[in-house]
Design a protein around this ligand. Structure first.
Ligand code: GLA
Length: 393
C-alpha cells in the first residue's frame, strides 16, 4: 500500500529543490504544486456538458524555480518515465514566434500553458518539475502539470486570478499542444479542489459545488491496474464525435439537453453503437446528479450502487473499460464493507476507484491482490486542496 500525503508532497518539493541547485546553482525562489484527481462518478460526461464529481488527490506535481533576466526558459523534469531529453530550453515566446508542440512530449504541457497564458510579458525562468502522479494512470498527471505550470507563471507575472479562466487555459494547452481533445474536469478539479470535499462540476454552466467527503469511517481506495492508458489514440476522439453525432440527430445542443425519452424516440435514426454511447452519457449525467445528493446526505449504499451502474454502463455501452479494470471492480465488490467500485478516468487501463468502510480496507487489498491477474498498486487518498503556492524556508 502506498500512502501519499502532504508529507510526500513535502519530500517531492525537497527533491525538486535538490535537483534545482545542481542544475542551476542557488536556491529556487518559487515553489508551487497542483494535484492529480480521481473522478468518483460522471465519466465521459464533461465534454457533453454534463456533471462530474471528482476530488483532488494528495498526489501532485510540484514546480520550483526562479526568474532569469535573459529571456530564456529552461525546464528540467525529474520524471523517470519521461522521454529524453529531460531538459529543454527556449526563448520566451513573443508575438510572431509562437511556441509549437514537439519533442520531448512531456514539455508540451508546459509549453502549451506558457503559450496560452493570459498575462505578460513573461520573464525567462529556470524550473524543475517533480511529480508523484503515475503517468498514464488515469489520475490526471497531465492536468496537474498544466495547472502547476500556470500557478508558477502566476507567481512570475500575475494575471487576474480567475480560477475558471485558469482551468480553461490549461485545457486549451492540452488540446493544442498534447492533441488530446479532453473535457474540463481534470483542469477544474486540479485548480479548485478543496480538502475534505468532492467537487460537483456542472460542465454546461461551469458552476461548481463542494460536496463534503470527510467521514472518518469512509475510505477512497484507488487501485492502479498498471495497464497504461493512452487517450490520444483514436478512441477518445471517436467517442466525442459519436456523442456529437447523437446530439445532432436528437436536435440538441449537447447530450446534456437530451432525456432517455428523447433518445428512445429517435432510436431508429441512430446506429446501434451511437445509440449505446448516448445511452451511457444520458444515464451517467443523471447518475452523477443523484450521486452528489447521496454523498451530501451520507447515503453511501446508494452512492455505491450508482458507482457500480456507472462502471457497467462504461463497460457495456461506452466500451472504454478493459478486462483488467473489470477484474479489479469485481474483486472489490466481493468484500463486505465495499459500497461501490468503478473504473475512473478515460478508461482502457489506468485506475479503479472504490468507496468502502475504513474497517474493510485491509481485507479488500488482500482480496484484490489474490484475485487480480496482474500486479496492482494501491493508493488511499483524502480529498485535497487544488493548486497551491508553497513558502520556501
Ligand atoms: C479524460 C479527460 C476528461 C474526461 C475523462 C472521462 O480524463 O481528460 O476530460 O473526459 O477522460 O471522464
Amino acid at each position: 500500500m502506498e500512502g501519499r500525503g502532504e508529507a510526500e508532497l513535502g519530500s517531492l518539493l525537497e527533491a525538486a529543490r535538490g535537483v534545482y541547485r545542481k542544475a542551476f546553482g542557488g536556491d529556487p525562489e518559487i515553489a508551487v504544486s497542483a494535484p492529480g484527481r480521481v473522478n468518483l462518478i460522471g465519466e465521459h460526461t464533461d465534454y457533453n456538458q454534463g456533471f462530474v464529481l471528482p476530488m483532488a488527490l494528495q498526489m501532485g506535481t510540484v514546480m520550483v524555480g526562479s526568474p532569469r533576466q535573459d529571456g530564456i526558459i529552461s525546464i528540467v523534469t525529474t520524471a523517470e518515465e519521461a522521454e529524453e531529453p529531460k531538459s529543454v530550453q527556449f526563448p520566451v515566446p513573443v508575438e510572431g514566434s509562437a511556441l509549437k508542440p514537439g519533442k520531448p512530449h512531456w514539455a508540451n504541457y508546459v509549453k502549451g500553458v506558457i503559450q496560452h497564458y493570459r498575462a505578460g510579458p513573461l520573464p525567462g525562468f529556470n524550473v524543475v518539475i517533480a511529480s508523484n502522479v503515475p503517468l498514464g494512470g488515469g489520475l490526471s498527471s497531465s492536468a496537474s502539470l498544466e495547472v502547476a505550470t500556470h500557478t508558477f507563471l502566476q507567481q512570475l507575472c500575475p494575471d487576474d486570478g480567475d480560477p475558471v479562466a485558469k482551468a480553461l487555459v490549461c485545457q486549451k494547452a492540452e488540446h493544442t499542444f498534447a492533441m488530446m481533445p479532453c473535457g474540463i474536469m481534470d483542469q477544474f478539479i486540479s485548480v479548485m479542489g478543496k480538502e475534505g470535499h468532492a467537487l460537483l462540476i456542472d460542465c454546461r454552466s461551469l458552476k461548481t459545488r463542494l460536496v463534503p467527503l470527510s467521514d472518518p469511517n469512509l475510505v477512497v481506495l484507488i487501485t492502479n491496474s498498471n495497464i497504461r492508458h493512452t487517450l490520444t489514440g483514436s478512441e477518445y476522439p471517436t467517442r466525442r464525435r459519436q456523442c456529437e453525432e447523437a446530439a445532432k440527430i436528437l436536435g440538441k445542443a449537447s447530450l446534456r439537453e437530451a432525456s432517455m425519452t428523447d433518445l428512445e424516440a429517435s432510436r431508429s435514426l441512430l446506429s446501434m453503437e451511437v445509440y449505446r454511447r448516448a445511452r451511457h452519457v444520458i444515464g451517467e449525467i443523471d447518475r452523477t446528479a443523484k450521486a452528489a445528493e447521496a454523498l451530501q446526505s451520507k447515503e453511501y449504499e446508494k452512492f455505491g450502487q450508482l458507482m457500480v451502474e456507472s462502471h457497467n454502463s462504461l463497460r457495456d455501452d461506452y466500451e472504454v473499460s478493459c478486462l483488467e479494470l473489470d477484474e479489479l471492480v469485481t474483486a472489490a465488490l466481493e468484500i463486505p464493507g465495499v459500497y461501490g467500485s468503478r473504473m475512473t478516468g478515460g478508461g482502457f487501463g489506468g485506475c479503479t476507484v472504490t468507496l468502502l468502510e475504513s474497517t474493510a480496507a485491509e481485507k479488500v487489498l488482500t482480496h484484490i491482490k489474490e484475485k487480480y491477474s496482474r500486479k496492482a498498486t494501491f493508493y488511499f487518498s483524502k480529498p485535497s486542496d487544488g493548486a497551491k503556492v508553497h513558502l520556501l524556508p
